[in-house]
Design a binder for this molecule. Structure first.
Ligand code: ARG
Length: 463
């Protein structure tokens, strides 16, 4: 018999060991060792339950729980030797446990399979990431709140098509991002709530004949309840896909913001100065201060969205229940999570550190005929003109100003009256940018008082 080279965990019916290529394509230990802590947490909960239900003796359960802690400390201290021949983290841990405690280690896998084990480990890992994302997003929103509070009444141009549209306040623009990242936060919480069910004890696919207490293991691992269908429990990766889709939307938001920071920090705009801590220089052009962090954050959506598409594609053709295809889930999620967390941290630093250039913002706010809508609204309000006609009259005034190379407030009353004789001097009041933003008091509008209300509301929500 050549039995000694076959796998010790499942080699019973094998005469020969795997080909080196087979081992290379099959092994996941190279990446799933990142779930060692979760694997051991899950196994310790399972061992405690096996003891409590009398499926194994108390002393065996205790030996397993203690031995697993030893394995964990070996891994944490970098003293553990991972083996590709043992395929994955589950078998690496169990084999080492056997070396440490001997025979009782063989009872750990009672009423359990690697299928429910990996599903449990991965849920625990993803859940930790959702928790980390929740903290990171809360912090990021708080950074925007500080910016919004400081500049609730600073004026800047608001854009559509990246063309000057109407003046807005800096605070209002900052609060738009709080709304966006606030939605990400609520998506993170939704995803966490939905995924928090425990697959452990559903075994290979059909459940088990051992009298497991699945409520006990679920509770011990912080899950709300055990998964109710064993086939679904071992084959479901929705929790990973939800994480990736939440991460994709969040990365898209980060990317849009990054794009604004790249534009705003350019010499042509000068709306903000990024701190030295979050900028880089050029090796040839001494004057340069580049927004590299923003550019990299802008690019992160590529790999995060890629991971989402990759895992959707892996899952789409799989019959119930477990298929080995699903082993391809982890690297995508690990990579997306690492880069999302890094992007969130870098954005948080940039937002907190950035200085708005109030003068440049104000100068830009008044250019580009940004108060043309205010002029048209004045014609409607004071002269009772239909809006469509007011739009036309204002258009003529804009054309006149443009022809002379001046802004709307630079036209004289006579100029205005040459287009419409009923216009009076009062019209100049609405052409100033501060009056313009102060007048936009509709709910959700840019007026400083409205911005301050939203800052207060969000402060309470995020507390
Ligand atoms: N390494 C495997 C994975 O990540 C663990 C589950 C293996 N199960 C099996 N039936 N071969 O999916």
């Amino acid at each position: 018999m050549t039995k000694k080279t076959s796998n010790q965990m499942w080699g019973g019916r094998f005469a020969d060991g795997p080909d080196a290529i087979m081992e290379a394509i099959n092994a996941s230990i190279g990446f799933d060792k990142r779930m060692a802590e979760q694997d051991i947490r899950g196994s310790r909960a399972h061992a405690a339950m096996l003891g409590a239900t009398g499926i194994v003796s108390d002393s065996d359960a205790e030996a397993m729980r203690e031995g697993l802690l030893t394995v964990l400390s070996e891994i944490e201290e970098g003293r553990f030797e991972f083996s590709t021949a043992l395929e994955d983290i589950h078998m690496n841990v169990e084999q080492r446990l056997k070396e440490i405690i001997g025979a009782p280690a063989g009872r750990l896998h009672t009423g359990r399979s690697r299928n429910d084990q990996v599903a449990t480990d991965f849920r625990l890992w993803v859940r930790d990431q959702l928790d980390a994302a929740e903290s990171a997003l809360t912090r990021l929103c708080q950074g925007f709140l500080a910016q919004a509070e400081a500049g609730a009444d600073w004026v800047m141009p608001g854009f559509t098509h990246l063309q000057t549209a109407q003046p807005v306040t800096w605070g209002h623009h900052m609060m738009a991002y709080v709304e966006m990242f606030g939605r990400d936060l609520s998506r993170v919480r939704d995803a966490r709530g939905r995924m928090n069910e425990c697959p452990l004890g559903t075994a290979a696919l059909a459940g088990t004949s051992f009298p497991l207490d699945r409520d006990m293991t679920a509770k011990e691992l912080g899950f709300d309840r055990p998964c109710a269908n064993s086939l679904d429990a071992v084959s479901d990766r929705d929790f990973a896909l939800e994480f990736l889709s939440v991460a994709s939307i969040c990365a898209m938001h980060l990317s849009r913001l990054a794009e604004e920071l790249v534009i705003w920090s350019s010499a042509q705009f000068r709306f903000v100065a990024l701190s030295d801590r979050f900028s880089t220089g050029s090796s040839i052009m001494p004057q340069k201060k580049n927004p590299d962090a923003a550019e990299l954050i802008r690019a992160k959506i590529g790999r995060i969205f890629g991971a989402n598409v990759a895992l959707m594609t892996v899952m789409k053709g799989l019959p119930l229940a477990y298929s080995k295809d699903m082993q391809e889930d982890k690297e995508q999620v690990f990579d997306a999570a690492d880069h999302l967390m890094l992007a969130l941290a870098a954005m948080d630093g940039m937002v907190r550190d950035m200085t708005a250039n109030r003068d440049a913002l104000e100068a830009a706010a008044g250019s580009g005929f940004s108060t043309a809508t205010d002029l048209a609204d004045w014609l409607v309000r004071v002269l009772d003109m239909p809006f469509r006609e007011a739009h036309h009259v204002t258009g003529s005034l804009v054309a006149m100003a443009e022809g002379r190379g001046v802004d709307l407030p630079d036209l004289s009353l006579e100029d205005m009256q040459s287009v419409h004789s009923d216009i009076t001097d009062d019209i100049f009041d609405v052409l100033g940018v501060h009056n313009s933003v102060a007048s936009r008091t509709s709910y959700g509008g840019t007026a400083p008082e409205r911005v301050r209300e939203q800052v207060a509301r969000w402060k309470e929500k995020l507390a």
